[in-house]
Design a protein around this ligand. Structure first.
Ligand SMILES: Cc1cc2nc3c(=O)[nH]c(=O)nc-3n(C[C@H](O)[C@H](O)[C@H](O)COP(=O)(O)OP(=O)(O)OC[C@H]3O[C@@H](n4cnc5c(N)ncnc54)[C@H](O)[C@@H]3O)c2cc1C
Length: 470
């Protein structure tokens, strides 16, 4: 599909792309100055999404004298940071065993606590910097809508309990308790965590970008970095030389020379309805700002927006061959239709509410599906990402950690078990395309069978995960 709007019965008049719905509410920003030629700095940060911005924010807070330059291909907040579902949650990407391999049980628990703290840190900085990002911390519900989903959810909760992650982090809700919060069709139970806030992503990232600029950091926009080497970042407009060069590109990492197989750019797509009338909100019983997701293999995530819409996201086409990324957030027509179907299945009362917007973006997936933050003291090169769709809060933890690593601060943060992990690269094409595509085809088949009345989690899921090492 090349145009930005298309017509179908459910989605007549829907606008697709144009970065994201969140920018409709505040307007796309004017682009700032591009790199005017060669420059020298103390720290050069490549990519002005939330990872780069939080890093710059904390570096400049600790050391106002540092010369910090950020290089951004489009505008600050153009990527996933300005397009996401607005789940500011304490969820951490990947498998706890893999973090434990470098930090042990205690390390895992410290990481879980650090993620909880990061949710509150974002909220505190917003208050301090006067950023109004529609933030409301009412928690998150992961809702099971079939017996296999319930069994999978309970198994995951039991595994967390075995790690020592208790009710302070998340707890089981009965069907009645779910309905007291949000009436989701077919809900059998849920896991609820209080450690999650609803956020308007574009307001958040633009607010942090403004705060970073106020602290004296220079953000050059319209400046694409083509290569990152020890001591320098190369662009067609000039070279920035710095002792530390930090790669903060998440889903766009493959666009830089030599990094094609590092983190796989996974797509996620979203749709937003027109505002719902009061009687429908009353029927849904969704009075607060809880975030709501399901427990399907190809899961969905939703928020009630501050202006009374439902914005819901899910996978769609998981991955484009050759690690390509979208054009300005345009997603496929069939993805819009499938998100509409999920919306109407979870909330039948919305069946006649038109969809207003659709968009997509990319997030970064490492080969072991676990996030990392690293700095090589020999080369001065650093990076953070691979949050696998749980990046909104993790970027904050990553930014604070990268800043401490650069400044050689001896803090608890730099000893968390996701620091300085080394992860092997993805396979060359067509293997990674075949692997990820097959995994999601199998997930869909598993979800279809589970929805059709299977009584236990489909075994296909385990096979799908084996395919890609998830
Ligand atoms: C649709 C969607 C929904 C999501 N929902 C959630 C959610 O609800 N909760 C959650 O926790 N996470 C969510 N995520 C994930 C989360 O948004 C990301 O993990 C996080 O925003 C990553 O931030 P980042 O700064 O690392 O990357 P990005 O925000 O992607 O920033 C990277 C920046 O680098 C720039 N860039 C790209 N190439 C170059 C280059 N060569 N040179 C210079 N600059 C370049 C880009 O323009 C971009 O601004 C979602 C992601 C998507 C796509």
């Amino acid at each position: 599909m090349t145009d930005r709007t298309y017509q179908s019965r459910r989605t007549a008049g829907l606008t697709n792309g144009r970065v994201s719905f969140w920018y409709d509410q505040i307007g796309l920003p004017e682009r700032g100055e591009a790199l005017p030629g060669d420059r020298t700095a103390d720290v050069c940060i490549v990519g002005a999404g939330l990872t780069g911005l939080w890093t710059a924010y904390h570096l400049a807070t600790h050391r106002p004298d540092l010369r910090i330059v950020m290089l951004e291909k489009e505008f600050a907040g153009y990527g996933a940071s300005g397009r996401n579902g607005g789940w500011l949650s304490a969820e951490l990407a990947g498998n706890l065993d893999r973090y434990a391999a470098s930090g042990g049980r205690d390390g895992v628990l410290r990481l879980v606590r650090a993620m909880e703290g990061a949710v509150d840190d974002v909220i505190a900085v917003c208050a301090e910097e006067g950023i109004d990002a529609d933030i409301v911390k009412n928690g998150v519900l992961h809702v099971a809508r079939s017996e296999p989903q319930l069994a999978r959810m309970d198994a995951s909760l039991a595994a967390h309990r075995a790690w020592g992650i208790g009710e302070w982090h998340e707890r089981r809700l009965t069907r009645r308790e779910v309905h007291e919060r949000v009436r989701i069709e077919g809900a059998l139970g849920a896991v609820y965590s209080p450690h999650c806030a609803r956020v308007q992503p574009a307001k958040l990232v633009q607010g942090i970008a403004a705060a970073v600029r106020r602290k004296g950091v220079t953000i050059y926009e319209d400046t694409e970095v083509t290569a990152i080497e020890p001591g320098r970042a190369v662009t067609q407009r000039g070279v920035v030389r710095a002792e530390h060069v930090l790669r903060c590109l998440e889903g766009y990492t493959a666009s830089v020379q030599g990094r094609r197989r590092e983190w796989l750019p996974m797509n996620s797509s979203m749709v937003a309805t027109e505002p719902l009338p009061d009687d429908i909100w009353a029927e849904l019983g969704w009075d607060g700002a809880e975030l709501v997701g399901d427990a399907a293999n190809a899961y969905s995530y939703a928020q009630r927006t501050a202006d009374g819409r439902i914005a819901i996201g899910g996978r769609g086409v998981p991955y484009r061959y050759g690690s390509r990324t979208d054009a300005d957030g345009i997603t496929q027509a069939w993805t819009v239709e499938s998100l509409a179907a999920i919306l109407h299945s979870q909330f039948p009362a919305t069946a006649d509410v038109p969809l207003a917007r659709a968009w997509c973006g990319v997030l970064g997936v490492p080969r072991d599906w676990c996030a990392s933050v690293s700095l090589d003291p020999r080369t001065g090169l650093g990076w953070a990402g691979g949050y696998v769709g749980s990046g909104l809060t993790t970027t904050n933890l990553a930014g604070r950690t990268l800043a401490d690593l650069v400044l050689r601060r001896d803090t608890d943060l730099v000893t968390l078990p996701w620091t300085n992990r080394r992860v092997r690269r993805w396979e060359p094409e067509p293997l990674r395309w075949l692997g990820v595509r097959s995994m999601y085809l199998l997930y869909r088949e598993a979800d279809r069978r589970e929805a059709a009345g299977l009584r236990r989690p489909s075994r296909i899921t385990r096979f799908a995960n084996l395919l890609t090492g998830r």
